[in-house]
Design a protein around this ligand. Structure first.
Ligand code: FAD
Length: 371
């Protein structure tokens, strides 16, 4: 009998898993809460690392479309201090894919969706409960009362996973407050300041960052230490401008130029080293398994999790799917632990009083390592 695989969540991890399984002739249904692929803006740009995100795309057979959509020039980054002085300016080699080329999240997700059969994603299926069935597998209940059975449930449903509590009671803790703005049609001076890639302006326990997307728009992100303040305190531009009082007006122009009101949210992380005892018929990938501070690894690792689990299942699906899941989990726990520790260290460093000096050292070291 064919094994019925349910993937909770059609983010980058879940879609990578579904696509690679599909390449191996293994069917899976992705249950996604959003009503359609264009229901929500997918956010900014990601840089895909050769050993993780790009490797997973290769396993998915999507290197060629990735290369035609990615923007190596988006790897350009500038780091400034609050007076507007340039601390770091990295310009990648033109057209090179050797580093970590950037791609808009929406474009990357579309690339994966287009590579799946039309019925692989069940849109508008928010999982509200998953209960073990007496004979093995799980019964999923969706918002609105519909339900479905599966033999293997993969929780790929992100930071606030509904599947995670079946495996671990790990709690999220806040690591930062992020306030975002979009500039749809930037003025030339604002566009020139940001350049074709990323800009970070490092102050004392505050960062003003911006990135250029493929459609020419700019996403501005303000990162502040986590606190107990009501998020409404960050919804007005005036409040944000007060936080950056005394900064070069060319930098604070990024806040002023934002379309509409700022959008604040808490950024959480799971405890470093979270793992669980293997349970038959269920596992987690991506943020559901290891939510980390957002310093450039989460999506890359979510995609690599998808590739790792798919390879493991493809090798053993009929004979022994549970050893395949166990093998994936052990590989993932060992891989993620040091990455989660490093992400926590970088997040703390970025919001420390000596952030500017620390980050310059960090990038100089990385520049020496990256070919
Ligand atoms: C501001 C910011 C910047 C970041 N920058 C980077 C970066 O540069 N590089 C990088 O590698 N990572 C980055 N990350 C991290 C990255 O976004 C995540 O690690 C990555 O998206 C995780 O992928 P995922 O597939 O596990 O989860 P998600 O992308 O969150 O996908 C989960 C999916 O599940 C769906 N879902 C949720 N609940 C349910 C439910 N109950 N039922 C059905 N569907 C459900 C959601 O709608 C969503 O489509 C950043 C994160 C943030 C917050």
């Amino acid at each position: 009998m064919t094994m019925r695989i349910a993937i909770a969540g059609g983010g980058l991890g879940g879609l990578t898993l579904a696509r690679i399984l599909h390449r191996h002739g293994i069917g899976a249904v992705v249950y996604e809460r959003e009503p359609s692929r264009s229901a929500r803006s997918q956010g900014g740009m990601l840089d895909l690392h050769p050993e993780s995100g790009q490797h997973a795309l290769a396993e998915a057979g999507l290197t060629a479309p990735f290369r035609s959509e990615a923007r190596p020039e988006g790897e350009e980054h500038r780091i400034l201090d609050p007076a507007g002085r340039t601390l770091v300016h990295h310009v990648p080699e033109p057209g090179s894919f050797a580093g970590r080329p950037e791609i808009d999240r929406r474009v990357l997700r579309d690339l994966l969706l287009d590579a799946l059969p039309g019925d692989a994603v069940a849109w508008d299926h928010r999982i509200v409960a998953a209960a073990p069935r007496p004979g093995g597998g799980f019964e999923l209940t969706f918002e609105g009362g519909r339900s479905a059975d599966c033999d293997l449930l993969v929780g790929a449903d992100g930071a606030r996973s509904a599947v995670r509590p079946l495996l671990t009671d790990a709690k999220l803790s806040p690591v930062a407050t992020l306030v975002e703005l979009t500039i749809g049609d930037p003025r030339p001076d604002v566009a020139g300041l940001v350049g074709p890639g990323n800009l970070w302006c490092m102050g004392v326990s505050r960062i003003l960052a911006a990135q250029r997307l493929g459609d020419g728009s700019i996403r501005v992100g303000i990162t502040l230490p986590a606190d107990d303040r009501d998020l409404d305190a960050y919804r007005g531009k005036r409040a944000l401008l007060e936080i950056f009082d005394g900064w070069d007006p060319r930098l604070t122009a990024l806040i002023q130029a934002g379309d509409g009101d700022p959008n604040p949210r808490r950024i959480d992380a799971m405890p470093t080293g979270t793992r669980w005892d293997h349970r038959p018929g269920i596992t987690l990938i991506g943020d559901a398994a290891h939510l980390m501070p957002p310093v450039g690894e989460g999506a890359n690792q979510a995609m690599l999790d998808g590739a790792s689990l798919a390879a493991s299942l493809a090798g053993a699906i009929a004979a022994d799917p549970d050893s395949a899941i166990r093998a994936y989990e052990e590989e993932m726990f060992a891989r993620i632990h040091p990455i989660a520790e490093m992400s926590a260290r970088i997040q703390a460093m970025m919001l420390s009083p000596t952030a500017a000096d620390d980050i310059v050292r960090f990038f100089s070291r990385r520049a020496a390592e990256v070919p």
